[in-house]
Write a protein that binds this ligand. Structure first.
Ligand SMILES: [Zn+2]
Length: 296
């Protein structure tokens, strides 16, 4: 069996498990009345839960600042397919867009390369993660499944009227929150990732933020708040935070969880990385995405 055949079999297995995973990643029926404090299972007993407060620097006032580690290995590359003619599901507790044409490559704090395929994205307003204690207006989770193993990787992207700028965001406009028909959407996801400053990267190991809160998530948090207009945000706030019948004045965000023994890794300038390592990383990435293109 040659390498390409092996990759095709692995990709087939990954796609099957991705389809099973789509069923699991469903937040329908979750109650935010107590912002998750009344949830059970790992949500109550786990010690590696999400979301957390991200300490933005060593000098941060965050209680987690003493668990922040600088790292020059962290790196993220996203290759997102064109999200044309997709459907957005209104699950009541979130909006979710299932989509499997996209992948990410992530180098963790040990310089280990892991690759993941996208499953879906969904929204939280206000943000679930806080940043030196601050909430942003909106956080979108791009949920990915490991190509060959069981874990997930979630990219967190934040939007904020104040810190990102009060202006219409094309990505949010494409969600057509002002309309009832959520089919046939054309969402410029790759444009969003191209705009993001992916050097502002934080990483930690955590959990799903909805029951069963399984501790299987590699969190990749890009701290680069994007613009959103107050008119766009109003549709989300009216649906959750300002809708007293939803969760008595709460949004669809879980309470921030203790970091406990974990570390948060913050990317630093990778110019410290030697050139042979960078060449090897580039070679691996080009090989991976060439294989994906051939298969699609
Ligand atoms: Zn989420």
């Amino acid at each position: 069996m040659d390498k390409r055949q092996k990759f095709q079999i692995l990709y087939f297995i990954a796609t099957i498990s991705v389809l099973i995973g789509l069923v699991d990643a469903n937040a329908e029926g979750v109650s935010y009345d107590e912002m998750g404090a009344d949830w059970h299972e790992a949500c109550a007993s786990g010690s590696n839960q999400s979301p957390i407060d991200i300490p933005l620097s060593m000098k941060s006032s965050s209680a987690n600042a003493n668990r922040l580690k600088k790292n020059d290995k962290l790196d993220l590359i996203v290759s997102q397919g064109i999200m044309n003619n997709v459907i957005m599901k209104d699950l009541g507790t979130t909006y979710q867009v299932p989509f499997i044409d996209g992948a990410l490559a992530f180098w963790d704090e040990n310089d280990e390369l892991e690759t993941y395929q996208i499953l879906q994205f969904h929204v939280h307003a206000p943000s679930e993660h806080t940043f030196d204690g601050k909430f942003y207006d909106l956080e979108i989770h791009f949920v990915h499944k490991h190509f060959t193993e069981g874990g997930l990787a979630v990219i967190s992207v934040q939007f904020d009227v104040e810190d990102g700028g009060n202006q219409d965001n094309d990505f949010i406009t494409a969600l057509r929150l002002n309309q009832k028909n959520l089919t046939g959407l054309n969402i410029p996801a790759m444009k969003l990732f191209e705009q993001l400053d992916k050097s502002k990267l934080y990483h930690y190991q955590g959990s799903l933020t909805t029951p069963p809160c399984s501790e299987i998530v590699t969190w990749i948090v890009v701290h680069d708040p994007q613009p959103i207009s107050s008119a766009q945000l109003k549709y989300l706030d009216d649906k959750w935070k300002k809708n007293y019948t939803f969760a008595h004045g709460h949004g669809n965000n879980r309470l921030v969880q203790p970091l406990n023994e974990r570390y948060v890794y913050m990317r630093v300038d990778p110019s410290q990385m030697d050139s042979s390592q960078m060449l090897w990383n580039s070679f691996l990435l080009i090989t991976l995405f060439s294989a994906i293109l051939i298969l699609f």
